[in-house]
Unconditional design. Structure first.
Length: 233
């Protein structure tokens, strides 16, 4: 019985201490501010979709020959064809185009990864030279996205601190330590909704030109919002 009373007394003491801590926090003079920050970066992982099919060459070259030519061209541009060229699905070996009852042309689809817009332009121009022109943009990414998220969070906290300092100094008081930090969601990542490649001088460029086209890609944007309560000394 005495043991049960002792445990009950200890629990009561803990509850009182916690309540006192909560009261102390509420009773402190504090300021609550929301910090926001964002950053935009150029994507450094660009994924192109390349389709090769016999139909484009009217059956003059086999699919295997087109595939070899494509891989050779990509290697000549410095692309690691083992790591950065992927067959999209195994069933693409069995995709066929039926133009007539007697004409059957097979097709394959690949994803080619490049790290900048300049190389994307070289891939498009180089493959066009060997008769492969069915190329599109699959998606864009940023390789250091997690590091960038942390950086934007830090920027948001500094933004909150700057706001709080400005407001407190206007009252001839000093900003104290942070009492509470709340992060709203995770940093939001905004990728371009419309995935497209933009040629800088689109009107004057065509695949037959010798010059490599200069492509541009919309930037990826990362936003962060953080709420901070600071004590006022």
């Amino acid at each position: 019985m005495k043991k049960q009373i002792l445990i009950l007394a200890l629990l009561l003491v803990v509850a009182v201490v916690q309540a006192q801590d909560s009261k102390n926090f509420i009773d402190q003079n504090y300021i609550e501010v929301t910090g926001v920050a964002y950053k935009e970066v150029v994507p450094d992982e660009i994924f192109l979709t390349v389709e090769i099919n016999e139909k484009d060459n009217k059956g003059k070259e086999s699919l295997e020959r087109l595939e070899r030519d494509m891989l050779a061209k990509l290697k000549s541009l410095g692309i690691n064809t083992k790591e950065d060229v992927m067959l999209n699905d195994l069933t693409s070996n069995f995709k066929f185009y039926f133009l007539k009852k007697t004409d059957i042309f097979s097709s394959k689809e690949y994803t080619v990864k490049v790290n900048n817009a300049a190389l994307a332009g070289k891939v498009i121009s180089g493959l066009s030279e060997i008769g492969i022109s069915n190329i599109g943009l699959n998606r864009v990414e940023y390789s250091k996205l997690e590091e960038l998220k942390l950086e934007v969070k830090r920027m948001a906290i500094l933004n909150a601190k700057g706001k709080a300092n400005m407001l407190v100094e206007a009252l001839d008081q000093q900003l104290g330590k942070a009492l509470h930090i709340q992060e709203f969601d995770n940093p939001r990542v905004y990728r371009p909704q419309i995935m497209e490649m933009k040629v800088r001088d689109a009107e004057s460029w065509n695949p037959s030109n010798a010059a490599t086209p200069e492509f541009e890609f919309d930037k990826i944007r990362i936003d962060a919002t953080i709420q901070v309560k600071f004590a006022i000394d």
